[in-house]
Design a protein around this ligand. Structure first.
Ligand code: GDP
Length: 215
């Protein structure tokens, strides 16, 4: 019998993922709808309007893959994306922290995301997006607490760096790193990005690939 050939995607590894076309796989409104846990996945979390869709689109070099928070229907779901020859998933978590969100909406979000974060065994890392102009807010701290308690590895990613004065960037990163000392599951380094001028995007691709490999 012929020896089974190694699939090309296995041979190339996850770093090849960022050079391939990605597509929307499914929106998950309840945990029973999750796709099979058959590959590593990384999830992106952040307050509504933090720049999450823009960052995902910049990472995969595909404008329009992740839709903005304003896209009706997708805002309360875990959105799964895969590359054409898929070895990993990117999961776009629904944005949190709407100023006027109804209480039951917030509760639904919290329950779905908490259950996902606690129970998804193939979740390699969560990227917690923080607007560089605003820093870590109480609502972000709540999510970080969930991640700490669930022992889910996460990394802070500052977004919209182009909106911050150049001389303020280093102190901002230092402040953010210092704040992480209180968070046991947080990765000790902070990524600093701008989807507008492309700063930090390539570096973030590299750490994501490492995380997908379990590094
Ligand atoms: P989401 O709600 O977190 O998915 O955020 P979006 O990606 O939809 O972005 C929210 C708003 O911030 C939009 O008006 C974007 O154009 C803007 N935005 C996103 N990323 C950046 C960035 O890196 N720099 C700047 N200046 N604006 C950004």
């Amino acid at each position: 019998m012929a020896k089974p050939r190694t699939a090309p995607e296995e041979a190339e590894g996850p770093e090849a993922a960022f050079t391939r076309p990605w597509h929307f796989v499914m929106g998950v409104a309840g945990l029973e709808q999750l796709p099979a846990a058959d590959r590593p996945e990384v999830a992106f979390a952040g307050r509504s309007n933090v720049g999450k869709s823009s960052l995902i689109n910049a990472l995969v070099r595909q404008h329009g893959l992740a839709r903005t928070s304003n896209t009706p229907g997708r805002t309360q779901e875990l959105n799964y994306f895969a590359a054409e020859i898929a070895t990993v998933y990117i999961v776009d978590l629904p944005g949190y922290g709407f100023a006027q969100a109804p209480k039951e909406k917030v509760e639904t979000w919290t329950r779905l995301v908490k259950d996902y974060l606690r129970g998804r065994r193939t979740l390699a890392r969560v990227y917690m997006l923080i607007d560089a102009r605003h820093g870590i807010k109480a609502v972000d701290e709540e999510i970080m607490k969930i991640l700490d308690e669930a022992a889910v590895s996460y990394q802070i990613v500052l977004t919209k760096l182009d909106k911050v004065k150049p001389q303020a960037v280093e102190p901002l990163i230092a402040r953010t790193v210092a704040a992480l000392a209180m968070h046991p599951a947080a990765y000790p380094e902070v990524a600093a990005t701008s989807s507008v001028d492309g700063r930090g995007i390539e570096e973030l691709r590299e750490v994501i690939v490492a995380a997908m490999r379990g590094g």
